[in-house]
Structure formats: C-alpha cells, structure tokens
Design a protein around this ligand. Structure first.
Ligand code: ATP
Ligand code: MG
Length: 240
C-alpha cells in the first residue's frame, strides 16, 4: 500500500512545485514507483518542471470526472521507468469535483504505486480541501519571510482540522547571510512559529530556477549539494 504526500503552502510561490518535482524524482531514483498530481487547477505548472508539456492529453479533471481512465492521464517521465505526472486542468474547478472524488483517486493510486505526491494550490480554500482529501502526510513549503511563515502556520492549523496528523515543514529559498545579519527571521524563531518538525532547509540558488526552466529536476544530477540535501530531507520524512 502506497503513501500520499500533500505539498502545500499558505503563500504562493514558496517552491511547492519545485519541491514536489524534486522529492518525486528523489523517490523514483531510489527505485520507487511515483505519481505526482498537479492539483493547482487552472494554473498548470508541474508538466513544465519535467519538460512534459507536449505530452499532456488528459488531465486530473478528466480522471476525476470519469472522462478517461487513470492510466490514460499518467504521463511517463522520459528518464525514469516508474515516475508519472498527471497534469492539472487548464480551467479551474467549477464546483464539480468533491473531496470524495479525490479520496477515491488516491486510494486507487495507492494500490498500484509506492508514493503519490500532490502539488496543491497555495492558500486554504476549497482547492486545498480537495487536494488534501486523500492525503496521509503533508509537507508545508515556506520561506524565511514573516508573511510566508504566518500563512504557513494558518495552513498548518487547517491541515490539522482536516485530520492530517503527520505534517512537516520545508524551509525554501534560504539566504544564510540574510538570516545571520538579522534581515530575515532566524531558524530558531522559525521553528518556534511553526509547530510541525523541520524536515529540511533549501538554499536560494539560481541553479534551481534554471533547472525548472529547462524542465529537468535538479536532483537528477548526482553529487551536487542540492541533490544530497534532497536525499537527507527525503530520509527525514520517510523515517520520521
Ligand atoms: N530554492 C530556490 N532557489 C531559487 N529559486 C527557486 C527556489 N525554489 C523555487 N524557486 C523558483 O521560485 C519560483 C516559484 O517556485 P514554484 O513554482 O515551485 O513555487 P510554487 O509554490 O509552486 O508557486 P505557486 O504558488 O504559484 O504554485 C520558480 O521560478 C522557481 O524556479
Ligand atoms: Mg506551484
């Protein structure tokens, strides 16, 4: 039986899609079968992060509304045998989709695949409730900015209300000098604001932005500090 991870944030642009792509690629590198679902309906991004934008035929909306079968909407990555992406629909949900639809989809995927990763929309509205419906554990991606941290804490409370007990925080876009000079909240303050355990810290690095533009998850290149960092974060989450 597989496990479903929700990747969420309160504020937009914190790095959810970047994290979902690289966490998924790290799990696939270890020989796991992985499906990453883009639930940011109306703002499809995930396919681009894998360079799979020309392979999208059916999307998650088609699956949830029964237009196609699950397998028809799974786009196989070019580099891994068992890494699949399901694209978000180009239009937003008009209220047709219910959390029950999503729960059923997650149950079915868990029967076949080792890990299901859900790239959620930012915020705490209906899109989050839909994305979270079949989730086992949540990873909150935030940044060292007070607004992002407050939104992450608000999101964390919502996730708890939705019954997700196992939650982790990943702090992304960290610039160490800004923290040490007092221009950004320090790690100790951040861990006081956020209740779930910190699974890892990812530095701000323009190579991450370049890799997302190239459609190649950065962890594919072995031996970089970013790839090693993702390995550690993945270990912490899996072994928690
Ligand atoms: N650690 C990092 N260093 C540098 N750039 C980063 C880092 N993480 C993410 N980015 C860049 O920040 C931008 C936003 O990242 P991403 O799309 O993953 O955020 P998101 O949380 O999914 O956004 P949205 O809320 O719009 O879905 C992208 O241009 C990405 O390349
Ligand atoms: Mg995104």
């Amino acid at each position: 039986m597989g496990k479903v991870f929700l990747i969420a944030s309160g504020k937009g642009g914190t790095g959810k899609t970047m994290f979902a792509a690289n966490f998924g690629a790290t799990l696939a590198k270890r020989g796991n079968s992985v499906v990453i679902l883009d639930l940011d309906l109306g703002l499809r991004n995930l396919d681009l992060y894998f360079g799979l934008e020309n392979n999208v035929v059916y999307d998650v909306y088609d699956v949830l509304t029964g237009v196609c079968r699950i397998k028809q909407a799974l786009i196989k990555d070019k580099r891994f045998e068992e890494l699949y992406v399901m694209a978000a629909s180009p239009s937003r949900d008009d209220g047709t989709l219910t959390p029950l639809h999503m729960q059923v989809l997650c149950e079915k995927l868990k029967n076949t695949y080792d890990y299901v990763i859900i790239d959620a929309p930012s915020g705490i509205d209906d899109g989050l409730v839909l994305s979270a419906a079949g989730t086992d554990e949540a990873i909150i991606v935030t940044m060292p900015e007070y607004s992002a941290l407050r939104d992450a804490d608000t999101l964390d409370r919502e996730l708890l209300k939705l019954g997700i007990k196992n939650r982790y925080v990943v702090l992304n876009k960290v610039i160490a000098e800004m923290m040490s000079s007092g221009f950004a909240p320090r790690l100790r303050e951040i861990t006081t604001i956020m209740r779930p355990p910190l699974a890892g810290v990812i530095q701000f690095d323009e190579n991450i932005q370049i890799s997302t533009n190239l459609g190649v998850p950065i962890v594919l290149k072995d031996g970089t500090y970013i790839q090693e960092n993702f390995d550690k974060i993945t270990d912490r989450i899996l072994n928690a």
